[in-house]
Design a protein around this ligand. Structure first.
Ligand code: ARG
Length: 613
């Protein structure tokens, strides 16, 4: 955890950017909300906005909002109707074109119906974008690559809760999605200057633990528990459930046991504590393989009984509670959210109340500016209900809670059968991938540690498949498709990164390569090269958009577009075999920048980019 202090002064800050816009270029005004030191395309947009604003007597800020990425090979486009100016668009366009002066920022403008298309000066793009990437990758104070980062959230704290599996139950694909999307969001918020605290809110409380306690006496083994707690507890759970089907007294014993746990009976809690601890240990190993980590493990068991009681009392006093046969509930029908039970007839706590209590305690403890719950869309109603209850209780911070939801995964099973454990998923991915790799015997032999590579690429395949589309979409799990090297898959992205990484090894005579600012980049004139440069320049915008939408798919799409652009460039924009050494160096600088940005995008997605495979 970065820090839990509530004073903002101690929170991490992005240092000043090591990149500044060169003074030999035409001076541009500053526009609020832009930062050319971190996204140099901002400068080009400002230059465009200025030329339109000057001609049409608008403010630069007004126009800036309307400078969009162009389609079909255009750099930037301005749609004239958006300014609601009197007169015909053709006349307005003519005014802009007549007044336009090409300079080192913008080379030309063309007019197409209601649109103006602007073309950026290629030499300036090459120089500034490659230089900025290099500076923000290698010259940052933090010694961490920062290209794509921004300071939008500087000084603000976000709590992100994700994964949150249930101990002694299966880790299903829903939990996997939460883990993958949550890890991405944690990385994303960090990259945008936020102080991030990641939480795993375990399902570690409830009557099932009474059942396991009863079952443990009959089926438990200390040895099996220590070997794989998650697996052993589920085994017991399954067996004791079967017993309970036949013998109703098992459930009674279990309920009595859980009641003792809720009452804080140390003896009843002793085993449970061990189960919880060993399960966390096992989870941590598996999360580590997924390149995912948590600042804190908490859980339903950790919510204070006092907090929940006070909350229910408060709801009572506010007249929000109605009784139903001994149970207490909040009527939310006015908000089309049904009736939310906050206490069961037997007085034991429930999921919803624990969430209410947990949110209150977290706000007290972390003073967050935002708290995100990464939970399946199946629980939309649950989250809306407890958000609403908190807001009815008068907590003004209730509007800082956000639910990031996602759809279902269908058809996930291993070749041996249904998946219940995270480690089964990981093992299957590695073994399917291993088989794929073996299909190319020659390449396979050249791999140093095939097991490890198979594992990394396998995990990449799962993650990319998961994040490739909008979160809310359901998708069907497909090992073959996700682990193929062809098509838009994780292995394809890793392959693109590996190929870019090999360029230094294959061209040692060009090394050490000077920084882009010391190279003559004017030779980068091929359309394929320009396309790559422009895409690279757009990466900070892609990150910004992802922060707004909480969609990893934008980053995945970017990674694919970049990889496609690179693969179309290999044949024309060659390094090896290029006689002109200066040209070869400029091209190498381009590919290395592409490698660094593709690597940054993959890391943001919690994927470890490979150097060799
Ligand atoms: N453990 C829950 C489940 O598996 C998910 C918890 C989601 N987070 C929350 N604060 N309710 O369904």
């Amino acid at each position: 955890m970065a820090s839990t202090s509530t004073d903002t002064a101690n929170r991490p800050k992005l240092g000043p950017s090591p990149f500044s816009v060169p003074a030999d270029l035409p001076k541009l005004p500053e526009v609020p909300g832009t930062d050319p030191t971190r996204c140099v395309l901002d400068s080009f947009r400002i230059a465009i906005a200025k030329s339109v604003a000057d001609a049409l007597e608008l403010t630069i800020e007004q126009v800036y909002q309307g400078v969009d990425y162009g389609k079909k090979g255009e750099d930037f486009t301005v749609a004239l109707p958006r300014f609601r100016l009197p007169g015909k668009v053709d006349d307005l366009a003519k005014k802009v074109i007549d007044k336009f002066q090409p300079d080192d920022w913008v080379e030309s403008v063309t007019h197409d119906r209601a649109f103006l298309h602007f073309k950026c000066r290629t030499a300036t793009l090459n120089r500034l974008i490659l230089d900025q990437i290099h500076a923000l990758t290698y010259d940052t104070e933090s010694k961490q690559p920062e290209y794509g980062a921004n300071s939008i959230g500087e000084g603000k704290r976000v709590v992100i809760e994700y994964s949150s599996p249930n101990i002694a139950k299966s880790f299903h694909v829903g939990h996997l999605r939460s883990t993958i999307i949550g890890a991405f969001l944690a990385n994303l918020y960090k990259a945008c200057g936020w102080d991030v605290l990641s939480l795993n809110y375990l399902g570690d409380w409830g009557t099932q633990f009474g059942l396991i306690a009863v079952g443990f006496e009959k089926y438990g083994s200390q040895e099996a528990l220590e070997k794989n707690a998650i697996q052993h507890l589920l085994e017991i759970y399954v067996k004791v459930n079967a017993d309970a089907e036949k013998d109703p007294s098992v459930r009674e014993q279990a309920a009595a046991w859980f009641k003792r746990m809720e009452d804080g009976d140390e003896e009843a809690l002793r085993n449970w504590r061990v189960w919880r601890e060993l399960s966390i240990k096992k989870y941590e190993e598996e999360y580590a393989r997924l390149n995912v980590h948590f600042d804190e493990y908490t859980g339903e068991s950790m919510v204070g009984a006092q907090t929940m009681e006070t909350a229910v009392k408060k709801l009572h006093e506010m007249g929000l509670i109605e009784e139903d046969n001994g149970a207490l509930r909040v009527n939310l029908e006015k908000y089309k959210l049904g009736k939310a039970v906050v206490r069961k007839r037997d007085g034991t706590s429930i999921y919803l109340t624990r969430d209410i209590g947990a949110a209150i305690e977290r706000h007290e403890k972390y003073k967050f500016d935002k708290m995100i719950y990464v939970v399946a869309a199946q629980q939309d109603l649950h989250l809306q209900q407890f958000f609403k209850v908190l807001s009815l209780m008068g907590y003004d911070w209730a509007d800082k809670l956000e639910h990031v939801n996602y759809g279902l995964v269908l058809g996930m099973s291993t070749r041996k059968g249904t998946v219940v454990f995270l480690d089964q998923i990981i093992r299957e991915a590695a073994s399917v991938m291993h088989e794929q790799m073996r299909k190319n015997e020659e390449k396979y032999k050249a791999i140093e540690d095939p097991e490890k590579v198979a594992l990394e690429i396998g995990i990449t395949g799962i993650k990319i498949q998961d994040m490739a589309a909008k979160r809310i979409n359901n998708y069907t799990f497909n090992w073959e498709r996700m682990l193929s090297f062809e098509g838009d898959t994780g292995p394809y992205l890793q392959y693109a990164h590996v190929r870019l990484s090999s360029i230094e090894r294959k061209n040692p005579e060009l090394l050490p390569l000077p920084a882009p600012s010391k190279l003559n980049l004017d030779s980068l004139i091929e359309p394929q090269a320009r396309e790559i440069v422009f895409l690279l320049g757009s990466y900070p915008d892609v990150v910004k958009t992802a922060l707004k939408t909480h969609e990893p798919s934008g980053i995945v799409t970017f990674a694919f577009r970049l990889s496609h652009a690179i693969s179309s460039a290999w044949e024309t924009v060659i390094v090896k075999g290029e006689q002109d050494k200066e040209k070869a160096k400029a091209r190498m600088a381009l590919y290395l920048a592409a490698r660094d940005v593709l690597g940054a995008a993959l890391r943001l997605l919690s994927i470890k980019p490979l150097e060799r495979m």
